[in-house]
Design a protein around this ligand. Structure first.
Ligand code: F6R
Length: 247
């Protein structure tokens, strides 16, 4: 299903409310809420709203376990471009989540340890009970996480090569495309699909052409987000501009 909102502020609030409802329901049941999280510009409003709910409404993250979708490789966690830094800045430093419950792919591993590490990341999600909710953005290549064109629908967590367009889109954060890492560790499409609820968000006319392909184009690994079509538990949450090319 596709839901179009007047603007990203309203849409972000709705998504944050859904996440908060899961956290509260799990709290009442004495269980952990397991969240799959994305970085980038798109989910910032959702995290802002969750922080506000924590500060003003007492929403607690004590029973929350998080797994981030991806991290650049190589990447030091302290670097300002790291997704560790992003998540701390936008969410983790402002709520009461336990450090040991935060999981973000490790961009510092030696290459020959990555394969086993990715299997363990996957297993850790399973051991936590699986993802209750997965937040997604979409890249202009159609990537979800860093599953670039060519990614298989049953792919797992792994080291991938970033598309040239993805590196160009990231160039401002790195002061030039040549500084953007060529690789990343990402959850796979198969990993994402195991989540019980998935919300893909997109804002602005810049995303309108890829949203049209993702929602209405034929399902193909050329546009990995098309694999989300026809899934009962997937919702595309858009602002008017991102939805402007949909028929
Ligand atoms: C980030 C991620 C990516 C982004 C996508 C859109 O963790 O997995 O798929 O969601 O590149 O990025 P923004 O939101 O910056 O347009």
């Amino acid at each position: 299903p596709v839901t179009v909102f007047e603007n990203k502020e309203i849409a972000s609030r709705k998504v944050a409310e859904r996440i908060a409802a899961i956290i509260r329901r799990k709290q009442e049941a004495g269980e952990m809420a397991v969240l799959g999280l994305a970085t980038g510009a798109t989910p910032i409003g959702v995290y802002e709203e969750l922080v506000r709910m924590h500060k003003e409404e007492g929403l607690s993250f004590q029973n929350v376990i998080t797994f981030n979708l991806d991290e650049y490789y190589p990447m030091k966690p302290k670097s300002v471009q790291s997704y560790v830094y992003f998540m701390k800045e936008h969410l983790f430093d402002h709520v009461d989540i336990k450090k040991e419950n935060i999981n973000i792919p490790d961009g510092t591993l030696p290459k020959d340890e990555i394969h086993d590490y990715c299997l363990r990341y996957e297993q850790k999600i399973t051991d936590a009970g699986g993802l209750d909710f997965q937040v997604l953005g979409i890249g202009r290549t159609g990537h979800i996480g860093f599953n670039e064109p060519g990614s298989a629908p049953n792919s797992g967590t792994r080291l991938v090569t970033l598309d040239d367009l993805t590196r160009r889109d990231a160039s401002r954060d790195f002061g030039g495309k040549e500084n953007v890492p060529t690789k990343a560790i990402t959850m796979g499409i198969g990993t994402i699909f195991k989540a019980r609820e998935i919300v893909l968000m997109a804002w602005s006319g810049k995303k309108a052409p890829i949203i049209k392909k993702a929602v209405e184009g034929s399902m193909s690994s050329d546009v990995p987000a098309t694999f989300l079509q026809n899934s009962e538990n997937v919702e595309f949450v858009l602002d008017k501009d991102a939805a402007s090319e949909l028929t």
